[in-house]
Design a protein around this ligand. Structure first.
Ligand code: HEC
Length: 131
């Protein structure tokens, strides 16, 4: 292979891997979705259900500690902390299939809000997970 082509491929590779999680999906969330609130925030029974749902459905890609695995994004990042409940609900409903995030519209909406209520209890990156 041409030496310059090889160098170019090496230079582009990490960019391609990182391209998965830029938060570009946030710009696609319609206004009315963006402003929705999670009816289960702070409710311990709903949070416990959300935790189970998260462990069952989300950990293969986002990890038990929600820090993301194999290039999938952390759900304890500033981006997720700053996203509104409605942004997260929109993402769970629609996913971002072309970037490898499946839609979760097969889960009842109530369960998606429970997962979001659980995500809101996670500590920021660098702080220990609660037991
Ligand atoms: C098959 C792997 C996979 C599974 C399972 C999965 N995700 Fe994802 N998720 C991804 C990928 C890949 C992205 C990055 C997509 C993007 O940047 O547009 C992502 C992005 C996200 C984001 C946005 C993150 C950001 O920083 O922009 C949220 C929120 C999210 N996932 C929540 C969940 C939840 C909650 C579940 C379980 C119900 C779940 N995901 C299950 C692969 C997965």
């Amino acid at each position: 292979m041409n030496r310059y082509l090889a160098l170019l491929l090496i230079a582009l590779c990490p960019t391609a891997l990182l391209a998965a999680a830029t938060g570009a999906w946030l710009r696609r969330v319609p206004d009315e979705d963006h402003h929705r609130h999670d009816p289960y925030l702070g409710q311990s029974a709903a949070i416990a259900s959300g935790r189970q749902l998260f462990q069952h459905n989300c950990t293969p890609c986002h990890g038990f500690d929600a820090m993301g695995r194999y290039g999938r994004p952390s759900l304890r990042s500033l981006r997720i902390r700053h996203a509104t409940d409605g942004d997260l609900a929109w993402m769970l409903q629609h996913g971002d299939p072309f970037k490898g995030m499946p839609p979760w519209s097969s889960l009842p909406e109530q369960q998606r809000w429970q997962i979001i209520a659980y995500l809101r209890t996670l500590p920021p990156i660098g702080k220990p997970m609660p037991r």
